[in-house]
Design a protein around this ligand. Structure first.
Ligand SMILES: [Zn+2]
Length: 126
């Protein structure tokens, strides 16, 4: 499944983004941006994330997925627009010489990690 590969990729990126001193804490939320060109079905991705995060520090995390629209720019006249359907032609001048400037994103934007509990020993030297 396409989404499972992406889910594993997201988990890798998110896990790597947790600062070493915060390892072991519960991750509350992972904010993602996914471009519509990556053809991800959000429901399937959520399902895969749920399965793939079991027994990891992300097991209880909520995944917030923001879909990024596909934005194209015409190389001929510079016109920029959101591509709604698969017609890849500049609406201004009709040129097919386009650049996709967004829509392929697969970004972990931020991660919310739980605050340490008050009773926890604080002996950080920095
Ligand atoms: Zn154009």
């Amino acid at each position: 499944m396409h989404e499972m590969g992406i889910a594993l990729q997201i988990i890798d990126i998110a896990t790597a983004a947790i600062p070493p001193e915060m390892r072991g804490r519960r991750v509350e939320k992972v904010n993602l941006r996914i471009g519509k060109l990556s053809a991800v079905v959000v429901d399937s991705l959520n399902f895969c994330l749920e399965i793939a995060t079991r027994d990891t520090s992300l097991a209880e995390a909520e995944f917030s997925i923001e879909e990024v629209p596909v934005v194209a720019q015409c190389r001929e006249c510079g016109y920029e627009w959101q591509v709604a359907q698969a017609v890849f032609k500049c609406p201004e001048c009709g040129s097919g010489n386009l650049e996709m400037i967004s829509g392929r994103e697969l970004d972990v934007v931020s991660i919310d990690i739980e605050e340490p509990v008050d009773s926890e020993m604080q002996n950080q030297s920095r």
